[in-house]
Design a protein around this ligand. Sequence first.
Ligand code: PBG
Length: 322
Amino acid sequence: MSFPVTRLRRLRKSPVLRDLVRETVLTRDDLVMPLFVCPGTKVSNPISSMPGNYQMSVDLLVENAKALYDKGLKSVLLFGIPEHKDEHGLVACEHNGIVQKAARALKKEVPGLYLIADVCNCEYTTHGHCGTIVNGDVDNDLTLVTLAKQSVSLAEEGIDMVAPSDMMDGRVGAIRQALDANGFQMTPIMAYSAKYASAFYGPFREAAESTPQFGDRRTYQMDPANSNEALREVALDIEEGADIVMVKPALSYLDIIQKVKTNFNMPVAAYNVSGEFAMVKAAAEKGWIDEKRIVHEILTSIKRAGSDIIITYHAQDVLGDL
Ligand code: PBG
C-alpha cells in the first residue's frame, strides 16, 4: 500500500504516538561509567580533554561512585594509574595494586555497584605498551601470563567482571583458564574483541598516562579499514570463552556493532571512547551544539546499532534524564 493510503507521518502526530512506536529506548541499565583511580588521598586531578572526568584517589573515587550509584548508576569500569610502573606491568597484579585497593573500598562502601576492571598492561608499563616488549614489539605469549595474573588478582579483591583490552591473541582463553583454576568460574569476561588502532583514544591516554613511549599499537590493535577481521576476532573470543564481546570505538564503527550483533547470538558492548566524548564536550563548550540532545541521539544510535551495553563517559551526565 502506498500513498495516499499509507502516510508514515500518521504515527508521528503526537508525543504519545511517538512514544508508543519507539523502537529503541535508552535506559540506565545499559550504561557503564569508566572511572580513573590514582594514588594518594583527597586527590582529584581534572582530565583537561575530558571535562567532568578526574583521576581520583580511592577515598574520592568511593565518594563519587556512591553519588552516582545513588543517582541510579549500576556499573563502573575501573582504570588504574599506579604509583610506579615496571617493564612488564607486574604492578597491576599486586594485592595492593591501585585497582585492587579501589575494588576493596568500593565493595565495602558501595556494595551494590557492579565492578568491571579493564585488564591491560599499558597503564602499568614504563614503555606504555599493552604487554611485554621483546625485540621492539609486544610479545604475545609472554603477555598472556601477566594478563592472566592480573585478572585473578582483580577477582580476588572483589572485581565482578574482567575486561581485557590488550588485543593479544589467545588472551580470553588464558584468562578463563586462570580464573577457573583459582575458583572464579563465575567471573564473566567482557572481551574488547574488535578493538581498533584508533586516534579516538587520544584523551584517554592523558587520563590513564598510558601513551606508548615509542611506536604505536598497530601491531596488536585492528586496522580501522577492516570488518571481516573484526568478525574473526569476535568468533575466536567466543570460542575461547568470552561472555560479552565489545566493539571499540563506537561511533565510527556502528557497522561493526551491527554485524557482530547479527552474526553472533551474544551480548554486545560498545565503548563510546574518550575522543568521541571530547568532541561533543568541545563543541558544546563553544555553544555550537545542544549537548543533551546530541548525547541522547549518540547513545541511542549505539543501542539501535545492536549494542546491549554502552560504556560511556556521558553516563554520569545522562543518568538523571533516563
Ligand atoms: C587500554 C585501553 C585504552 C582504552 C581503553 N583501554 C587505550 C588504548 O588502547 O590506547 C581507550 C578508552 C578511551 O579512549 O576512552 N589498552
